[in-house]
Ligand binder design. Structure first.
Ligand SMILES: [Zn+2]
Length: 204
């Protein structure tokens, strides 16, 4: 399978896309992969997909050339936010707080892997006559820098107890997505939690 892909030699841009789905369409990599394969792509065109609940799914391997922005695929990485159109299929910024929080975290990690990388919306690329990703990536990034919009979610803490002693038990008890919790606590080994230890949780 992997020999169908081409390794990417450089990563100059991270391109943000949307799936152009309605807010009630709870889809992810599986669905987008089948749409893209029907269009004749080798695999899903994006490297990461952020679902409605903020869960990240991996699409095409991060180090290979994607299929998402004509003329830019060889030097860029693609993230797709699920959502982005209203019930009439018109562009709409209807992404969830969890999605924006996950996007921010993912970009922070990718900026470490690819120092100096540019972050743009699909529509910011030259000669793209699309509304994708249905929000202004530039404005959103500026708002994060200036703090004019509180980055969501803020972080709260819960304590490991003898009964709630795994990420999964805590996630179930507090109603969080376990993957979001694992990502928030990426410095911890989820298999080695100790009673009394404090764990980060999203504070919506
Ligand atoms: Zn796009």
């Amino acid at each position: 399978m992997s020999n169908l892909f081409t390794a990417r030699k450089s990563t100059e841009v991270i391109v943000i896309h949307c799936a152009a789905t309605t807010p009630t369409q709870d889809i992810g990599v599986k669905e987008i992969r089948s749409w893209h394969r029907k269009r004749g792509f080798t695999d899903i065109g994006y490297h990461y997909v952020i679902r409605r609940d903020g869960y990240i799914e991996e699409g095409r391997p991060e180090h290979v050339v994607g299929a998402h922005a004509k003329g830019f695929n060889r030097h860029s990485l693609a993230i797709c936010m699920v959502g982005g159109v209203d019930e009439d299929l018109e562009p709409e910024d209807n992404f969830t707080r969890q999605q924006y929080a996950t996007l921010e975290n993912l970009l922070n990690e990718l900026k470490v892997s690819y120092p100096g990388v540019d972050i743009l919306g699909h529509c910011d690329l030259p000669r793209v006559a699309k509304a994708c990703p249905s929000f202004s990536v530039r404005k959103w990034l500026r708002s994060l820098e200036s703090g004019s919009v509180k980055p969501a979610p803020s972080i709260a803490y819960v304590t490991i107890t003898p009964k709630l002693n795994t990420i999964w038990a805590l996630a179930k008890y507090y109603g969080y997505n376990p993957q979001v919790m694992v990502d928030l606590n990426s410095e911890l080994d989820p298999a080695k939690l100790q009673v009394g230890q404090k764990i980060k949780v999203p504070n919506f």
